[in-house]
Design a protein around this ligand. Sequence first.
Ligand code: ADP
Ligand code: MG
Length: 339
Amino acid sequence: MADIIQLLPDNIANQIAAGEVIQRPGSAVKELLENAVDAGATEIRLLVADAGKALVQVIDNGKGMSPADARMAFERHATSKIREIDDLFRIKTMGFRGEALASIAAVAQVEIKTRRQEDELGSFVEIENSLVIKQEPCSTPAGTNISMKNLFFNVPARRNFLKSNAAELRHIIDEFIRVAMAFPHIFFSLTSNGQEVFHLEPGSLKQRIVQVLGNPYNAKLVSVSEQTDYMNIYGFVGKPETARKTRGDQYFFVNNRFIKSAYLNHAVNTAFEGLIAKDSFPGYVIYIELDPAQVDINVHPTKQEIKFEDEKIIYAFVQAAVKHALAQFSIAPSLDFTL
Ligand code: ADP
Ligand code: MG
């Protein structure tokens, strides 16, 4: 019998790997917005058509790329953000895996225009099925303008798994909000089928939260703020009266990264014990900052799950900080201090 094992061609390997990072238009939104943040942009515009199925476009005024980097960015494991494994535990950027653009280029048609401030001309690159089909100099504002068109055009089976436009747009908005809440000093906008849905001027954390979650929150937030040598915690919890029967506005950010943690969620819920009905959930937006060496963010490709070196300390700290904030509020509700 002949040998039967073969290496997969790059474009197929990339399509398979893409499944971990890009499940839907919203996943691309997250990756492209994070790239714009990592590029130091102060203005980031997101445009989508047909709930991202036809187009996801992100325009930033960040540092842009050289012509060679504009191609290289789409190679798998190509990144400017880490050089060695230890860098993972010092990481300050949102990205580091060098997989997002390669994944997107494997499952969609991509066009990018990018220019560094110091270059007179920028580069235009067009990619399909992981292959560069065109690259030429172009004039374009400093920064990066990247379009992902016709997601899964070459993987019909996955295209069929996409949900209705309403559901996919909801995912896009969720991802947009998470990034926007982590970086209140950056201008963000979201335009869907030509209509501006969000226009978020830079401001304080509280302003950004209210911009995103809605005006009714303005008078209903209690500040949380504690510092220790090990970690800082800041942000807001909703006053007990804002608790709802469904889990709604609950956000944790660790070193500016939105994370999902049932464990920390429990810490906040228990801090509310006795203040809200048993079957209801408090709203909160809580930011935790600690040494990156204390967190492993490389446990999941989308980085929404992380591992803490010492989970129990974090739990106790979150719970105590929220309790403290609520106690101060109940003693002097009118003295709600803001950050
Ligand atoms: P990662 O973000 O993990 O490094 P990506 O595939 O998302 O991987 O991006 C690859 C590289 O392309 C980045 O490391 C960065 O150098 C460059 N890049 C991507 N997007 C942008 C952008 N909007 N502006 C400037 N450089 C970018
Ligand atoms: Mg990235």
